[in-house]
Design a protein around this ligand. Structure first.
Ligand SMILES: *Cc1c(COP(=O)(O)O)cnc(C)c1O
Length: 211
């Protein structure tokens, strides 16, 4: 078994008891070979944070493996919306009104997650927690976007539990059926135990990234 296959197996064993948490393999800064190794180990969900980098790997891979589903997990400039919609199956970073309106203009049908800036960090993208409800209504009722969940990236150096709980509380207020995308390499077990629908895992699957 390759290291990537072993990592995937170990991660899935750890969260299996939590029920239904999907693992998104975050392949940013890793090449197509790494993605293909993961696919050989039955991994079909992938995440990329940049449109251009995703185009360097996934058009060929998706042609070869049509069951692969690609999630956008990084900030999107409005001038790249058209390209993003042509390649990504799910958008996890619906983070501002301008972007929402651009998606609506392009009649986007993709499943989308509203990114909530759960730690109110200045350097992070996302809707402020107190604005999540208004933004959700704008996206769904006015713009007709297919919002299926909420996504967050908690502050790096703090215990994530309070932030995961805060995201759940917002979800419960908006619609209990909304999914939750939360948890990365360092905290995916906690996130899965707390009911994450998706965890987004890069390093723990593919190893450290060389920038
Ligand atoms: C890079 C990234 C991840 C994966 O991070 P790891 O710590 O390597 O697991 C998850 N979510 C987002 C939004 C990312 O940009």
């Amino acid at each position: 078994m390759t290291l990537i296959a072993e990592n995937l197996k170990a991660i899935k064993a750890k969260i299996a008891k939590c029920g239904n948490t999907g693992v998104i393999a975050v392949s940013k800064n890793h090449g197509a070979e790494a993605v293909l190794e993961a696919i050989k180990a039955d991994q079909l969900l992938f995440g990329e944070n940049r449109v251009q980098e995703a185009y360097s790997k996934f058009p060929d891979i998706k042609k070869q493996f049509p069951a692969v589903r690609l999630h956008l997990i990084g900030p999107l400039q409005t001038n790249k919306v058209k390209d993003a919609l042509a390649l990504f199956d799910v958008i996890q970073t619906l983070d501002r009104e301008k972007l929402a309106r651009e998606f609506a203009k392009h009649n986007a049908k993709q499943e989308m997650f509203i990114q909530v800036n759960i730690g109110r960090e200045e350097q992070k993208a996302g809707i402020a927690p107190e604005e999540a409800e208004g933004f959700y209504k704008l996206c769904t009722q006015e713009l007709g976007l297919n919002v299926v969940g909420l996504m967050c990236i908690p502050p790096a150096d703090l215990d994530p539990v309070a932030f995961f709980n805060a995201l759940k509380e917002i979800r419960d207020r908006l619609d209990k059926n909304l999914k939750l995308s939360m948890g990365m390499s360092g905290d995916y077990e906690i996130a899965a135990q707390m009911g994450a629908s998706y965890v987004r895992i890069g390093t723990a699957i593919f190893g450290s990234r060389n920038y």
